[in-house]
Design a protein. Structure first.
Length: 56
């Protein structure tokens, strides 16, 4: 189940497997499903994470 962080502005959705945050719930769900199945992160998904935006 994707965790919703409603104290943040805008609302962020967190992958409960790896902890990355997303603006879109669908991406957080995709990330969580991938992480759970493969025990790793998918670069095509995580490049949309909010953490990625902070490093640019």
């Amino acid at each position: 189940m994707v965790k919703i962080l409603d104290k943040e502005e805008p609302v962020l959705y967190q992958c409960e497997e790896c902890g990355f945050h997303y603006k879109e719930k669908e991406l957080a769900e995709k990330c969580e499903a991938w992480c759970r199945e493969h025990q790793s992160c998918n670069l095509e998904i995580t490049r949309h994470a909010v953490e990625e935006e902070k490093t640019l």
